[in-house]
Design a protein around this ligand. Structure first.
Ligand SMILES: *Cc1c(COP(=O)(O)O)cnc(C)c1O
Length: 393
């Protein structure tokens, strides 16, 4: 590690809390899918700030929208309306494809799921069914929904009345969904768990069960949303409409914004005073999100994500040491034959490509949706060279 890098590390550990691992890179700037570190080294960014920078860094449309907005109006609170919040909620309504959809804006994925949890209480029921391995956030309510005991252990007691059933198992859902359940919350693809894709028909079957028992179906599209899977939210291929959709990550194109969208009767459950967020629907965050939606549409990036999925699967699947390449669009998990994901991630970083070790044997990639064919080829080449190097030991 360079002198500059280790100095950054020292300042980090002397001024930030220890909840994160110590960063091994200090990034100072970025353009598109390329990040530059404190020593001037360049990295091909195949993680996108954890599935967040959908348009990469310094996208002209985002720069222009945000600059214009901050010159005009930066913040007003929800005592007042402003053009951006109206336009963005209307746009989201169109993307959901249901005029009864109503939006609540917040600042993160955890907050969006907290809002969904509170909304579910307004049904008069308290039970929630979630899935094992799921990630829904780290605040106490969202953490109660998260199905990962290692993240929960130190913070117990968490919320009662949350049941975690095996993901992808409709029989297990059947067993626990009944007239006492307020909400089922599920990711279309489990991102943090290592890009776990459920069997076809899973969400459709849950939708049916929820409908017949009057249970809210909440789809956590925080990671799969905003075009990443080649669909706007990641559940459309199942032909369902959820009661609740939560968004964050990609929504703001790098600015912090989250949303909890509720459809039909669910959209009318909150009454004045029930919930709120000072920053929620902030004009600058809304301006950025509007720019993101416009560019995604204009540049047909959803369709492109599906094309990229095919080429990545083709380039990676046959490589020695790869067991499976799974996922949809540009949310992809590369399952390895052995638990070398962390070493492989480190080796790729050394060679100038950033990815994530989601589990000990899964590499997750979630590059900006503006990624080019050339960059995908470069990623595949570095991946191949790195896995060979790491496997050699
Ligand atoms: C990242 C993530 C969250 C939490 O989002 P934060 O903005 O970190 O609070 C919730 N759900 C899913 C599916 C996520 O991937």
């Amino acid at each position: 590690m360079s002198a500059k890098s280790s100095r950054m590390q020292k300042r980090w550990s002397n001024s930030l809390q220890s909840n994160y691992g110590l960063p091994t890179l200090s990034i100072v700037s970025g353009k598109g899918c390329v990040l530059t570190d404190v020593d001037g080294n360049k990295y091909l960014d195949f993680l996108g700030g954890i599935a967040t920078s959908v348009l990469g860094q310094a996208h002209p449309a985002v720069i222009s929208a945000v600059t214009k907005q901050i010159k005009t109006l930066a913040h007003v609170s929800n005592f007042y309306s402003h053009p951006g919040v109206l336009e963005l909620s209307e746009k989201l309504q169109v993307l959901v494809g249901d005029k009864s959809a109503r939006v609540f804006f917040c600042n993160s994925g955890a907050e969006a799921n907290e809002a969904a949890l509170k909304l579910s209480r307004k049904t008069g029921r308290v039970k929630v069914v979630a899935t094992q391995g799921a990630f829904h956030g780290r605040t106490m309510g969202a953490l109660s929904l998260t199905g990962q005991p290692t993240k929960q252990e130190a913070f117990k007691p968490l919320l009662e009345n949350v049941i975690h059933v095996p993901y992808g198992d409709i029989q297990a859902m059947k067993e626990f969904i009944n007239d006492e359940v307020a909400m089922v919350i599920v990711e279309p693809i489990m991102g943090e768990a290592g890009v776990v894709v459920p069997p076809d028909g899973y969400l459709k079957a849950i939708r049916k069960l929820c409908t017949s028992h009057g249970v809210l179906l909440a789809i956590d599209a925080v990671q799969t949303g905003m075009g990443r899977t080649g669909e706007w939210f990641g559940f459309e291929s199942e032909g369902i409409t959820p009661d609740v959709i939560t968004l964050a990550k990609g929504l703001g194109g790098g600015l912090p914004i989250g949303a909890m969208i509720a459809v039909g009767r669910a959209g009318k459950l909150f009454a004045p005073g029930d919930h709120g967020s000072t920053f929620g629907g902030n004009p600058i965050a809304c301006a950025s999100a509007l720019a993101v939606i416009e560019v995604l549409k204009k540049e047909k990036l959803l369709a492109k994500a599906r094309v990229h999925e095919k080429s990545i699967k083709k380039l990676i699947s046959h490589i020695d040491g790869v067991a499976e390449v799974r996922g949809r669009g540009l949310l992809i998990g590369i399952v390895l034959n052995s638990p070398i994901a962390v070493a492989l991630k480190d080796e790729m970083q050394e060679r100038g490509v950033l990815v994530n070790a989601a589990t000990e044997n899964v590499i997750r990639i979630a590059p900006p949706l503006i990624v080019s064919d050339k960059q995908i080829k470069k990623f595949a080449k570095i991946f191949s060279e790195s896995i060979e190097e790491v496997s050699r030991g």
